[in-house]
Design a protein around this ligand. Structure first.
Ligand code: FES
Length: 176
């Protein structure tokens, strides 16, 4: 009887130890998981915040058809402005970068398209609603809405593309 008790106690002890070990192991995994999670979170770059009015749409986006890459041939594409990707272009002051081009809905409500690369050193330009012009943030070149240089250091104009909006206002065609 005595020996049975001892055996039972030993068994219980072993059982509890094994439970303890198991819990500790589980905790170790849990902590490791937590650490990894928080580690990966702390290594993530802070979310980008911006005050601009542009949209970062590309040529693989829904609502885009054609060629917007000047190095792959003549610019010739259509944008479906009823899609969320390009619906911003229905609003005055907004712009989108599409392949090699920048498309903007200017102050007078027109849609313009120009080459996006500043002719100074190639930085992607932006449309400035307040000034109603095209601006390069790199060294401050300013272009008119036809692409002509207003303020250097750029000396060559941006390429202007023809834009045609469908009667329903939903399809914009941009061509060389
Ligand atoms: S790259 Fe645009 S002004 Fe220099």
């Amino acid at each position: 009887m005595k020996s049975n008790l001892t055996t039972d106690q030993m068994k219980r002890g072993e059982f509890l130890r094994s439970l303890g070990l198991s819990s500790a192991t589980l905790m170790a995994f849990y902590c490791m998981g937590t650490t990894l999670t928080s580690c990966s979170k702390s290594n993530d770059p802070a979310p980008a915040t911006g005050t601009g009015t542009g949209t970062g749409t590309g040529t693989g986006t829904t609502g885009f058809t054609g060629n917007a890459d000047a190095s792959a041939g003549a610019i010739n594409y259509t944008l479906d402005l009823s899609t969320t990707s390009y619906s911003n272009l229905k609003t005055v002051g907004k712009f989108a970068i599409v392949g090699s081009t920048i498309v903007a809905k200017t102050k007078d409500g027109s849609l313009i398209a120009l080459s996006k690369a500043c002719t100074h050193e190639g930085t992607t330009v932006e449309y400035r609603a307040a000034q109603d012009d095209i601006y390069c943030t790199n060294h401050g070149s300013e272009y008119s809405l036809t692409g002509a240089v207003d303020v250097g250091p750029a000396t060559r104009a941006l390429t202007q593309y023809k834009t045609t909006l469908s009667a329903d206002g939903n399809t914009l065609t941009v061509k060389a």
